[in-house]
Each structure stands twice: as C-alpha cells, then as structure tokens.
Design a protein around this ligand. Sequence first.
Ligand code: PLP
Length: 387
Amino acid sequence: MSELKAIDKQYVANTYARFPVEIVSGKGSVVRDETGKEYIDLGSGIGVTAFGIADDAWLAAVTAQLGKVQHMSNLYYTEPCARLAELLCSRTGMKKVFFANSGAEANEGAIKAARKYAAEKKGADHFTVVTLKNSFHGRTLTTLAATGQEHYHELFQPLTPGFVYAEANDLAGTVALARQHKAAGILIECVQGEGGVIPLEKEYIQGLAAFCAAEDVLLMVDEVQTGNGRTGALYSYMNFGVQPDIVTTAKGLGGGLPLGAVLLGEKCEYVLGFGDHGSTFGGNPVCCAGALSVLGRIDEALLADVRAKSAAVFAALEGAEGVESVSGLGLMIGIQTKKPAAQVVKECIAQGVLCLTAKDKVRLLPALNIPMETLMKAVDVIKAACV
Ligand code: PLP
C-alpha cells in the first residue's frame, strides 16, 4: 500500500470502503491515478461532475468568481446567488429558491417548509411526510428517517418522528397512508437511485400529483440524483408531466462544488420567512457561479444528446451475455448482472473503467457530455466484465 493510502486508512474515518485507486488528475471523462493509469469515469463523483473533470467553462466561471469574492454571508446580496435562483425558477416554473450545501440539507429544508405550510394551513397535527419504501433521501437524522430503508435506521435511533413509508407504484395505498397520517407532503424520487435505479410508473406519479392538488398535500420531488439533466430532462419530474410543489436538488447542480437547492412552487413560495431557515455557506458565490455555468449549458440539444447516449447504452447492454436486465432513465443506468455487481466493478477498474453500484446492480452516472465513443468503449469493457 502506498504511503498516502496508509495515511488515509489511519486517519480518515472508516465510513467508506475505498477502491485501491488514488485519483490525481483528469479532464472530462478521463481520470488518472497515481501511477499514470487512465480510467474512463462513469461515476462522475456520484453524479456530480456534470460536465466532467476540470471542465473548461465551469473552471473559468469558478476561478473568475474566486478572484472576486470567495464567500459573503447571506446578510448581503451576491450576484451568482441571485442569478442562479432566477435561472432555476425560469427553467422550472418554481417561484423561490433556498440554497443549501448538499442533498440531505436540501431535503431538510423541504421537510421544514412542508411542515410549516401544513401547520399553518391545516393545523400542527399535519406534520407527517409520506416517503417510499426503498427510497434514499440523505444521512442526517431527519433525512435518514425519510429514507424508506430500515437497514439505514437501525443503529441511529431515535430518528426524527413523522415519516411513514408507502409502497412505490401503489397509488391507493399511498393515498390511504397520506390521509390516515394527515400528511403535510409526499416526497418521492422519480427514479429511485440508491435503491437500484428504478423509475416509478408514470400513472403513479400523475396519480400522486392529482391527489396532492385535490387535498392540498405538497408533492415534493427529490431531484438530488435525478436532476440537472441526468435523466434526459432538466429535472426528472418533467418526464412525467407533473409540476411539483417543492423540488430539491444538489449533486450535479454545483458541477463539483457543494451546493443544494430547495425550489418552492407557487403554493409555498412564502412559507419560509425571515429566520425560519438559514445556512452559512448556502448560496456561496463560487458554488453558484459554477452552477450557473452548468445549468446554462443544459439545453434541449444537450438533453437530446443525453437521451441518444442512453439509448445506445441500453441497446448495447440489453440481452448481452451476463446481463439480466437494464433499468433507469437518461444517463442514470442500473445493470442487473449475473455475476455479483461488486465483482464486475472490480474487473472494470482493472480494465480502466470506473462504475458505481446501487444495491445489487452496477450503476452508471457518466458526465452528461461524455463523448459517445468514450462511453461505448467503456460499455464494451463492462460487457466483457459481465461474462
Ligand atoms: N437524495 C438522493 C435521491 C440522493 O441520491 C442522495 C445522495 O446520494 C441524497 C439525497 C443525499 O445527498 P448528499 O449526499 O449530497 O447529502
């Protein structure tokens, strides 16, 4: 083991099972380790580096802002924060944005907004948020409680109360649970990411939207992993013809710097008032400058390109030897392999391709602008590793 790996093992908390690879540099979708070996990166930092590593436009935007003001408290106006909020609203039809630093924090903000909205409109007993079994919403105590997977809960009791879990795609069951618990909101991922890259059914999402509108329950969509072009639409809910009341996002939005956002729709745009919520770093000008460069480039041409690359990956993998099935949307792809996914990922690393796992699947979240040729070269490596 190299000296650096030994230091990391000794001093960094044991929360991550690292692969024996130190990444030292990269450009676009190719990264290099300490020995100079190159890898095609199909993980993009778990869906973060939307335009790849050290992408020129993002780098220019971030470094220009760094030389002006690297941070200013939210007591004062800064241009990137205001411009990004305006852009997010104009691209989504949402009305206001609260900036956080991560996906979990964005979800915390959304849950606070839903509770306050429902308490004010319907009474303090309307605090429950319905989430889905097999969902993932973060690792703070509240977002762990929102996460509908028991194994994440076990060691950290008691979690924040006020969450119940519905079966995905069971509209009648979800509605019954929401009514029974006087729900403030229903929080979903349109494609369950950590749960195994599983899209929800369109009729289910549309049914939830209709129920939420009819009974004034907030429809909240967690776009932390699915957002910012990942699924071939700017936000994944746009694939399903619904308009949520609250959208959360993070990961790809910042393009590599920590940034989360809670987008509030018309119903709840004023629900968070002075002093109700806050963040020292939320809306940091450098992070927002990077995000402006990311969001500004996710246009219809890029999204069409994401969909075309997705179709090429599905076509190459579906029915391939050693592949049971392929799931997902856009460039958020899960591969059920006959071999254990961890073994496939290990073999891919040896052959110079970095992939992720989600549950028992191999998961791909490449940069949105990965060249088709690079992507398909990596898919060939995955196919060979599946056999
Ligand atoms: N929500 C979803 C859907 C996620 O996939 C994740 C992270 O994987 C989170 C929330 C938590 O985001 P973060 O790790 O930035 O707190």
